[in-house]
Design a binder for this molecule. Structure first.
Ligand code: IMP
Ligand code: MG
Length: 182
Protein backbone atom coordinates (compact mmCIF):
# COMPACT_ATOMS: atom_id res chain seq x y z
CA UNK A 1 0.00 0.00 0.00
CA UNK A 2 2.60 2.57 -1.06
CA UNK A 3 1.37 5.79 -2.58
CA UNK A 4 3.53 8.70 -3.60
CA UNK A 5 1.01 11.25 -2.54
CA UNK A 6 -1.85 10.24 -0.28
CA UNK A 7 -4.96 12.29 -0.88
CA UNK A 8 -5.16 15.35 1.37
CA UNK A 9 -7.63 15.17 4.23
CA UNK A 10 -6.26 18.09 6.26
CA UNK A 11 -3.88 20.58 4.68
CA UNK A 12 -0.87 21.97 6.51
CA UNK A 13 -2.68 25.33 6.63
CA UNK A 14 -5.77 23.84 8.30
CA UNK A 15 -3.60 21.96 10.77
CA UNK A 16 -1.59 25.12 11.46
CA UNK A 17 -4.67 27.22 12.22
CA UNK A 18 -6.18 24.59 14.50
CA UNK A 19 -2.91 23.91 16.31
CA UNK A 20 -2.44 27.62 17.00
CA UNK A 21 -5.96 27.81 18.47
CA UNK A 22 -5.35 24.75 20.66
CA UNK A 23 -2.09 26.27 21.92
CA UNK A 24 -3.98 29.45 22.85
CA UNK A 25 -6.52 27.45 24.86
CA UNK A 26 -3.76 25.54 26.62
CA UNK A 27 -1.94 28.79 27.38
CA UNK A 28 -5.08 30.21 29.00
CA UNK A 29 -5.96 27.04 30.93
CA UNK A 30 -2.50 26.30 32.33
CA UNK A 31 -1.41 29.79 33.33
CA UNK A 32 0.11 29.67 36.82
CA UNK A 33 0.20 25.88 36.84
CA UNK A 34 3.02 23.38 36.48
CA UNK A 35 2.57 22.02 32.95
CA UNK A 36 4.26 18.85 31.68
CA UNK A 37 3.48 17.90 28.09
CA UNK A 38 3.98 14.19 27.43
CA UNK A 39 4.06 13.03 23.82
CA UNK A 40 3.20 9.48 22.82
CA UNK A 41 5.91 8.25 20.45
CA UNK A 42 6.35 8.03 17.64
CA UNK A 43 3.20 9.50 16.11
CA UNK A 44 2.91 12.61 18.28
CA UNK A 45 6.39 13.99 17.63
CA UNK A 46 5.40 16.48 14.91
CA UNK A 47 2.23 17.68 16.61
CA UNK A 48 3.93 18.09 19.99
CA UNK A 49 6.77 20.06 18.39
CA UNK A 50 4.39 22.47 16.64
CA UNK A 51 1.95 22.74 19.55
CA UNK A 52 4.44 23.21 22.37
CA UNK A 53 6.30 25.99 20.55
CA UNK A 54 3.12 28.06 20.58
CA UNK A 55 2.24 27.54 24.24
CA UNK A 56 3.37 30.75 25.89
CA UNK A 57 4.15 29.32 29.31
CA UNK A 58 7.04 27.67 31.10
CA UNK A 59 6.63 23.93 30.62
CA UNK A 60 8.42 20.60 30.58
CA UNK A 61 8.36 18.01 27.80
CA UNK A 62 8.77 14.27 27.98
CA UNK A 63 7.88 11.23 25.90
CA UNK A 64 6.46 7.79 26.42
CA UNK A 65 6.59 4.97 23.88
CA UNK A 66 4.14 2.10 23.87
CA UNK A 67 3.40 -0.96 21.86
CA UNK A 68 0.23 -2.94 21.91
CA UNK A 69 -0.01 -6.68 22.47
CA UNK A 70 -2.17 -7.08 19.38
CA UNK A 71 -5.46 -8.81 20.07
CA UNK A 72 -4.70 -8.88 23.79
CA UNK A 73 -4.80 -5.11 23.89
CA UNK A 74 -8.23 -5.10 22.35
CA UNK A 75 -9.63 -7.28 25.09
CA UNK A 76 -7.57 -6.25 28.12
CA UNK A 77 -6.60 -2.68 27.24
CA UNK A 78 -3.10 -3.33 28.55
CA UNK A 79 -0.33 -1.75 26.51
CA UNK A 80 3.36 -2.42 26.88
CA UNK A 81 5.54 0.52 27.92
CA UNK A 82 8.63 0.57 25.69
CA UNK A 83 9.94 3.84 27.08
CA UNK A 84 8.67 5.45 30.25
CA UNK A 85 8.89 9.17 31.03
CA UNK A 86 11.99 10.40 32.84
CA UNK A 87 10.35 13.31 34.67
CA UNK A 88 8.74 13.25 38.11
CA UNK A 89 5.11 14.24 37.68
CA UNK A 90 3.84 14.22 41.27
CA UNK A 91 1.96 17.47 41.89
CA UNK A 92 2.29 18.58 38.26
CA UNK A 93 -0.31 19.17 35.56
CA UNK A 94 0.13 16.53 32.89
CA UNK A 95 -1.09 16.99 29.33
CA UNK A 96 -0.87 13.78 27.31
CA UNK A 97 -0.34 14.63 23.64
CA UNK A 98 -1.32 12.04 21.05
CA UNK A 99 -1.58 11.96 17.27
CA UNK A 100 -4.89 10.13 17.00
CA UNK A 101 -7.42 8.49 19.29
CA UNK A 102 -8.88 5.38 17.71
CA UNK A 103 -10.24 2.69 20.09
CA UNK A 104 -9.07 4.84 23.02
CA UNK A 105 -7.37 1.88 24.71
CA UNK A 106 -3.84 3.34 24.55
CA UNK A 107 -4.74 6.64 26.18
CA UNK A 108 -7.07 5.09 28.72
CA UNK A 109 -4.22 2.89 29.90
CA UNK A 110 -1.59 5.66 29.83
CA UNK A 111 -3.78 8.18 31.63
CA UNK A 112 -4.48 5.61 34.35
CA UNK A 113 -0.81 4.76 34.72
CA UNK A 114 0.15 8.44 35.05
CA UNK A 115 -2.70 9.20 37.48
CA UNK A 116 -1.27 6.57 39.83
CA UNK A 117 1.86 8.74 40.20
CA UNK A 118 0.07 11.57 41.98
CA UNK A 119 -0.02 14.40 39.43
CA UNK A 120 -2.27 17.41 40.13
CA UNK A 121 -4.16 16.63 36.90
CA UNK A 122 -4.02 14.53 33.74
CA UNK A 123 -5.73 15.73 30.55
CA UNK A 124 -5.62 14.58 26.94
CA UNK A 125 -4.80 16.56 23.81
CA UNK A 126 -5.13 14.77 20.45
CA UNK A 127 -4.72 16.15 16.96
CA UNK A 128 -7.16 13.63 15.48
CA UNK A 129 -10.12 11.67 16.77
CA UNK A 130 -11.88 8.72 15.12
CA UNK A 131 -15.12 8.62 17.10
CA UNK A 132 -16.53 5.68 15.14
CA UNK A 133 -13.73 3.39 16.35
CA UNK A 134 -14.04 4.09 20.07
CA UNK A 135 -14.16 1.09 22.41
CA UNK A 136 -13.67 2.77 25.78
CA UNK A 137 -14.87 6.06 27.11
CA UNK A 138 -12.20 8.74 27.44
CA UNK A 139 -12.44 12.49 27.65
CA UNK A 140 -10.34 14.39 25.10
CA UNK A 141 -10.05 17.88 26.53
CA UNK A 142 -8.32 19.34 23.46
CA UNK A 143 -9.26 17.73 20.16
CA UNK A 144 -8.01 18.97 16.79
CA UNK A 145 -10.28 17.29 14.25
CA UNK A 146 -12.73 14.41 14.02
CA UNK A 147 -11.82 12.15 11.10
CA UNK A 148 -13.73 9.36 9.31
CA UNK A 149 -12.89 5.69 10.00
CA UNK A 150 -10.19 5.51 7.35
CA UNK A 151 -6.47 4.97 7.66
CA UNK A 152 -4.73 8.34 7.80
CA UNK A 153 -1.03 9.16 7.51
CA UNK A 154 1.31 12.12 7.64
CA UNK A 155 2.12 14.85 10.19
CA UNK A 156 3.68 12.13 12.38
CA UNK A 157 1.28 9.28 11.56
CA UNK A 158 2.62 6.28 9.71
CA UNK A 159 1.69 3.28 7.71
CA UNK A 160 4.44 0.66 8.25
CA UNK A 161 6.77 3.50 9.35
CA UNK A 162 6.27 5.49 6.14
CA UNK A 163 4.67 8.90 5.58
CA UNK A 164 5.44 10.39 9.01
CA UNK A 165 7.24 13.35 7.42
CA UNK A 166 4.35 14.49 5.20
CA UNK A 167 3.42 18.06 6.19
CA UNK A 168 -0.32 17.30 5.87
CA UNK A 169 -2.72 14.51 6.89
CA UNK A 170 -3.71 12.26 4.01
CA UNK A 171 -5.84 9.17 3.48
CA UNK A 172 -4.45 5.94 2.11
CA UNK A 173 -6.60 4.49 -0.64
CA UNK A 174 -8.91 1.57 0.10
CA UNK A 175 -8.27 1.59 3.80
CA UNK A 176 -10.50 0.88 6.74
CA UNK A 177 -9.68 0.76 10.40
CA UNK A 178 -6.39 0.82 12.19
CA UNK A 179 -3.13 -1.05 12.04
CA UNK A 180 -0.51 1.64 12.42
CA UNK A 181 2.53 1.26 14.54
CA UNK A 182 2.50 3.81 17.33
P1 IMP B 1 -5.99 3.32 20.13
O1 IMP B 1 -5.47 2.68 21.37
O2 IMP B 1 -6.80 2.36 19.31
O3 IMP B 1 -6.73 4.61 20.38
O4 IMP B 1 -4.71 3.53 19.27
C1 IMP B 1 -4.26 4.71 18.85
C2 IMP B 1 -2.95 4.50 18.12
O5 IMP B 1 -3.13 3.68 16.95
C3 IMP B 1 -2.49 5.84 17.63
O6 IMP B 1 -1.62 6.43 18.53
C4 IMP B 1 -1.82 5.50 16.32
O7 IMP B 1 -0.47 5.21 16.57
C5 IMP B 1 -2.50 4.25 15.84
N1 IMP B 1 -3.53 4.59 14.81
C6 IMP B 1 -4.86 4.52 14.92
N2 IMP B 1 -5.48 4.90 13.80
C7 IMP B 1 -4.49 5.27 12.94
C8 IMP B 1 -4.50 5.77 11.58
O8 IMP B 1 -5.53 5.99 10.92
N3 IMP B 1 -3.26 6.02 11.04
C9 IMP B 1 -2.10 5.83 11.72
N4 IMP B 1 -2.05 5.34 12.97
C10 IMP B 1 -3.24 5.06 13.58
MG1 MG C 1 0.31 6.91 18.41
Amino acid sequence: MQQDKPETLLSREEIGVRTARMAEEITEDYRGRDLVMIGVLKGAFVFLADLSRQVELPLEIDFVAVSSYGEDTRSSGVVKIIKDIDLEIAGKDVLLVEDIVDTGLTLKYLAGMLRDRGPASVEICALLNKPDARKVDIEIKYCGFDVPPKFVVGYGLDYAERYRQLPYVGVLEETEGSEGTD
